[in-house]
Every structure is written in structure tokens, then in C-alpha cells.
Design a binder for this molecule. Structure first.
Ligand code: GRF
Length: 198
């Protein structure tokens, strides 16, 4: 049985698209069972629908407080019985009520080499600091902001002429490959441990 993924997004969904493409090969070992977003009208949801994947939208503004939103998001996710949740450009921090149910099973990609430049403006912050090398990080989400255990990282050179957009686009190329490769490795590792325990 392929590993079941729920992918959470907030934007254009190019990371999602690379996962959709990878999962099209049964040998990849993972399957996207749903795509969730914190807002409507984003290109990423169009990509999900084009791939005939179930989608859901869970907006913070529709709930009395952040805790209720976390619970509602966890309920939406739970309906699809995922093994892992992939936050792929999902611009919301999940809190204790979500992590109580999915802690250790939610992975997030970040466009910088953590622990440098956590937060929502990682590319801008790295550029402003004047670093010559930045990159991307895949990590397991914990209660902090971009503080969880690191699973994979890849480096990207910063060029003199880079703007936030040009640098982010180059990071995203590397970030997509990192995400696809890391999930494949995690699936293989899970298969091995299941084999050892059966
Ligand atoms: C990625 O760089 C992700 O790390 C950041 O937003 C970007 C998502 O891009 N938070 P896309 O929506 O997958 O194209």
C-alpha cells in the first residue's frame, strides 16, 4: 500500500505539482489523498483539482480562535486518514491542538538553511543579511517556528544580482527535488522497518 499524504498549501503550488508528478509513478510508493489550503482562489488548488485530487479549505477567519481552527484543520485532515502531512508552502503555523493529533507526522519545507532565517520572510532575510550561500530545509514540524528536527537540506548559491524573486525561484527548483527525494527515502525506510517487523 502506498504511503498516504495530505498536502497543505497556500500559494502557487509548484511543490505540490512536483509531488503530484512523482506520485504518478506507482514505484514512488506514496499517494496524495487530499490537498488542503488556508485560503481559496489559489493556483495550487487548481493544480490539485486538475489532478482530480480531493481538496478542502480551512480558513482561520471562519473560527472563533486559533485553537478551534487547529482542531478543524485536524478534523479535515483526519477524514483522509493520512500517514504523513506535507506542508508545502503552507503559510500558517499549526498549534498544540493540531500537533496533539499529528505531531511527528507533519513535514515542512522552508526556503533557507535552518536554523538560519526562520519565519515567513526567509529569502528576503537571507538576502538582507548578505549571505553567499542559502538553500532549503525539510524538517519535522514541532511547537516552534521552523525549529523541528531536520530531515534534509540543500544549498543554493546567492548571486550578486539576485532579487528576492530570482533567489526564491532558484531555491524552489532545489526545494522541489529535495522534497521528492526525501519522501522517497522516508518511504523506503518505512518499508524496510515494516519488513523487519513482519
Ligand atoms: C516554497 O519556497 C516554500 O518553502 C515557501 O513557499 C514556497 C512555496 O511555493 N514557504 P509553491 O507555492 O509550492 O510554488
Amino acid at each position: 500500500m502506498p504511503v498516504r499524504l495530505v498536502v497543505l498549501i497556500s500559494g502557487t503550488g509548484t511543490l505540490l505539482q512536483s509531488l503530484i508528478d512523482a506520485c504518478a509513478d506507482p514505484a514512488y510508493g506514496a499517494q496524495i489523498v487530499a490537498v488542503g489550503a488556508d485560503r481559496d482562489g489559489i493556483a495550487g488548488l487548481g493544480r490539485a483539482r486538475a489532478a482530480q485530487l480531493p481538496t478542502f479549505v480551512c480558513r482561520v477567519a471562519d473560527y472563533d480562535d486559533r485553537g478551534d481552527w487547529n482542531e478543524a484543520l485536524a478534523d479535515e485532515v483526519a477524514a483522509f486518514e493520512p500517514d504523513w502531512i506535507i506542508s508545502a508552502g503552507f503559510m500558517k503555523i499549526v498549534g498544540p491542538r493540531f500537533l496533539a493529533r499529528y505531531g511527528g507526522r507533519m513535514l515542512n519545507t522552508h526556503p533557507a538553511l535552518l536554523p538560519s532565517f526562520p519565519g515567513a520572510h526567509a529569502v528576503r532575510d537571507a538576502l538582507a543579511h548578505g549571505v553567499k550561500v542559502t538553500g532549503c530545509t525539510l524538517f519535522t514540524v514541532d511547537e516552534g517556528v521552523d525549529t523541528g528536527p531536520i530531515i534534509a537540506q540543500r544549498a543554493v548559491d546567492v548571486f550578486e544580482r539576485d532579487t528576492e524573486d530570482t533567489l526564491h525561484e532558484r531555491i524552489k527548483v532545489v526545494e522541489r527535488a529535495m522534497l521528492i527525494d526525501a519522501i522517497q527515502e522516508l518511504v523506503a525506510r518505512q518499508r524496510t522497518s515494516e519488513g523487519e517487523h513482519s
